[in-house]
Design a protein around this ligand. Sequence first.
Ligand SMILES: C[S@@+](CC[C@H](N)C(=O)[O-])C[C@H]1O[C@@H](n2cnc3c(N)ncnc32)[C@H](O)[C@@H]1O
Length: 336
Amino acid sequence: MEATIVSDNVKHYSVLLKEIISVISPQHGGTFIDCTFGQGGYSREILKYQNTKVIALDRDIKSENIGKETQEKFPNRFLFKNLRFSKLKNLKLKNENIKGIVFDLGYSLPQIKDLEKGLSFNSQGELNMMMGKNDFSAKEVINNLEGKEIEKILRFFGDESNAKLISKNIIKERETKKIDTQELVRIIERSKRKKKHKIHSATKTFQALRIFVNNEITELIYGLIYSAKILKKNGVLAVVTFHSLEDKIVKYFFKNLSENKSISRYEPKIQQKEILFKMPIKKPIVPSDKELKENLSSRSAKLRYVIKQEDRFEIESDILDKFSHLVEIENQGLKL
Ligand SMILES: C[S@@+](CC[C@H](N)C(=O)[O-])C[C@H]1O[C@@H](n2cnc3c(N)ncnc32)[C@H](O)[C@@H]1O
């Protein structure tokens, strides 16, 4: 596993790096899109193989410096774009032979440790949570949305069983003061019925707010759809997820386009829809014991991948309908 030293005390590990490389096989050359460049661990590993090119994206402008260094080292084989992966269709790909597209969702350690970003409930400052290229912050969510909307965010994106009480208490508190990170933690702690938890009592609420602020569900759905379109025949789409909601979406998308469920043996005349992907393994790949020992925060990582079976840009997926209830919640952010 690669460890990049970012500063004296912040080390970033590229999760499931060996496994990603083994499923996308860069030794055969081709162009790869690294949708979540971060500290560049995946991109650099791919570039070790001659005849590869990497187009890397990251919404966080702080990745750009590492992007520039990589570009200087590989001027003809690497390109960094400060872009959200839902905008993949804006890339001018000319006749690129896209052999692999990778996503490593979630946050890098330097982002979590970045006090300005306020992603963690240990931060002392204002509620922010913006990863980059955002339209609003967590502070605006907490201080402006209606209680019912905040409750939905906490319930659907954080699976928070005390969502109603927490949102009620947020509404009450914000009448008299602006709520910052530590104030929110106190509200959550006071609202919890069960006092002893295996995880920190603010974990679920903070996860929910991060997902909402960064539009993560909509980002992922469009990222998957455009990846499936632009990938070439035999190209690999590989995604590392970190929570069950993300994994559910990826699993649904992959399975749905890999199996032909619409065909019933009682309706033999219905024309068989072509299957877009092959899914070599149904179960996700998870970190080895060795990786877990070196980097405990990889413990919730799951890698799923599919191989595109034909060159086809038009794809038929009902993923937007399937998860429309979640996309609608994220659309509440348009009001802010
Ligand atoms: C876990 S890190 C990736 C680490 C990377 N694989 C490495 O080896 O260094 C995730 C990165 O994805 C970026 N990211 C998250 N959502 C994104 C989106 N919708 N579009 C572009 N980048 C995104 C984050 O800013 C973060 O830098």
